[in-house]
Design a protein around this ligand. Structure first.
Ligand code: GDP
Ligand code: MG
Length: 452
């Protein structure tokens, strides 16, 4: 998956102090393969990787982030930019009704979306009308009526026998006529938003485009939304292009994001059409729907969970110089220069970022450790702080001098048992040994904190 690829690409950057040209090339190669595997269109991949490479070269190394994080940040920012940057939703007409037309292939999720939009609009105080202008598929009108009922929204449907011929289950009427009547109805009954559901085909074909274009010309929508199944991958680009040319659209709705699609389609469509993705559908229920958030989709494509949030926080709160000094101490002389004072300082820096359970919860791969994370005891950390603060500077620098009477004094001073002091010192010494052997092997972006 893209996530695995990027993770392994970034792993090779971990522990390096700066980005070399070779690093950038190697990483960009991985990002390229990863995006292609996520079904992002080739030309989009090329352009994207080019932009990332250009920025990676020109970027000054930030003290707060390691090289891997720096590239993640660049990749994320570029993804968000392509995905439209800001969230954009429906522009309402100055003079109602606002008309929203849905177009897309059969099975893309248009009818389902009509219900979701209806409910969403109603919740915002609008009075929407759904229009059944799909007279192609058997039962399509009925499907919209069912969806509308669940959403608590009225549906305008062709009268049987007037606009349909060939029986109730095989309507072959004129959808343009239905659309015209629906508009008249909406004006009469003061609906302020009209959502027009249209027919789709299994593939792109001319008749479909002509019909959609004719409905569009009739209802003159403020927003024509191209509805596309996020799972269709590479085909998404061709389909989007065909609809852009044949019908034209103002925005995109991605559906079936509850599947395992990584979002390659989103990236390709946004880039190729230059149209904003406005909504995301992620399930069959009416509530499985949200406005589209470019930043969240970027995280999804990167497969990095909230690690980006963590990076932001790290940038804000880390004293990079201090962290670098501590790391250097750990990496030389078997770590013997790294004392308890350094440990305390680093631990306090991490705590400034928020509750430990939250910080660990945001690290990728920590999802499986949910239970342990929930059990991180902040009071235990308070106790550790108290113990270290009861030590003299000499003791913090060199815990080896901590004999029995010193330990007893520290325990009294910090209100703990001697066994707690012993525990801390033993764990610290053990962890320092391990960390100094794994030079640079600490968590990306995490200051070196033995034992964490
Ligand atoms: P249309 O042909 O474009 O009108 O597509 P429909 O609205 O009839 O949807 C086709 C199928 O996809 C139906 O079974 C829907 O329940 C399902 N569907 C629509 N949107 C989503 C979604 O976001 N997630 C999932 N899992 N299924 C969806
Ligand atoms: Mg439909």
């Amino acid at each position: 998956t893209l996530q695995d690829r990027l993770n392994s690409a970034f792993k090779s950057l971990r522990g390096k102090g700066r980005l070399t040209e070779a690093d950038i090339d190697a990483t960009c190669r991985e990002i390229r393969i990863a995006l292609l595997e996520a079904d992002v269109n080739l030309s989009v991949v090329k352009e994207f990787v080019g932009a990332v490479k250009h920025r990676a070269r020109g970027t000054e190394l930030s003290g707060a982030l390691n090289p891997s994080q720096q590239i993640i940040k660049i990749v994320d920012e570029e993804l968000v930019a392509i995905l439209g940057g800001e969230t954009r939703t429906i522009r309402f007409a100055k003079k109602p009704p606002t008309v929203i037309m849905l177009a897309g292939l059969q099975g893309a999720g248009k009818t389902t979306l009509a219900g979701k939009l209806g409910r969403w609009l109603r919740e915002q105080g609008h009075s929407p009308l759904l229009v059944a202008a799909d007279l192609q598929r058997p039962n399509a009108v009925n499907q919209l009526q069912v969806v509308g009922e669940r959403a608590g929204v009225h549906v305008f449907a062709p009268e049987p026998g007037v606009t349909t011929a060939g029986g109730a289950d095989q309507p072959t009427g004129d959808p343009v006529l239905v659309a015209r009547r629906a508009m008249y109805h909406a004006q009469q009954k003061l609906y302020d938003v009209v959502v027009v559901d249209t027919a789709g085909r299994l593939g792109v074909d001319e008749e479909l485009m002509r019909q959609a274009a004719a409905i569009k010309a009739e209802v003159r929508p403020q927003e024509t939304l191209f509805v596309v199944d996020a799972m269709i991958g590479q085909d998404a680009v061709n389909t989007a292009r065909a609809f852009a040319e044949g019908v034209g659209f103002d925005g995109v709705v991605l559906t079936k994001l509850d599947g395992d699609a990584r979002g390659g389609a989103a990236l390709s469509i946004a880039k190729v059409t230059g149209r904003p993705i406005m909504f995301a559908s992620n399930g069959e229920q009416l509530t499985d729907f949200d406005v589209f958030h470019p930043d969240r989709m970027a995280s999804r494509i990167l497969g990095m969970g909230d690690v980006l949030t963590l990076i932001e926080q790290a940038e804000r709160t880390f004293d990079a110089e201090q962290s670098a000094k501590a790391a250097a101490k750990l990496q030389s002389k078997g770590g013997s220069d790294f004392g308890l004072a350094d440990f305390l300082q680093q631990m306090q820096m991490v705590r400034k970022m928020g509750p430990l359970s939250k910080i660990f919860g945001m690290l990728p791969g920590m999802g499986e450790m949910k239970d342990q994370i929930a059990n991180i005891d902040e009071r235990e950390v308070d106790r550790i702080e108290a113990i270290i603060q009861s030590m003299t500077p000499a003791e913090r620098d060199d815990p080896k001098i901590l004999n029995g009477s010193r330990r007893a004094r520290i325990a009294r001073g910090s209100g703990v048992e001697v066994s707690d002091v012993n525990n801390l010192v033993n764990r610290f010494m053990e962890a320092r040994k391990v960390m100094s052997q794994l030079a640079g092997g600490s968590m990306p972006g995490m200051p070196p904190v033995p034992g964490l």
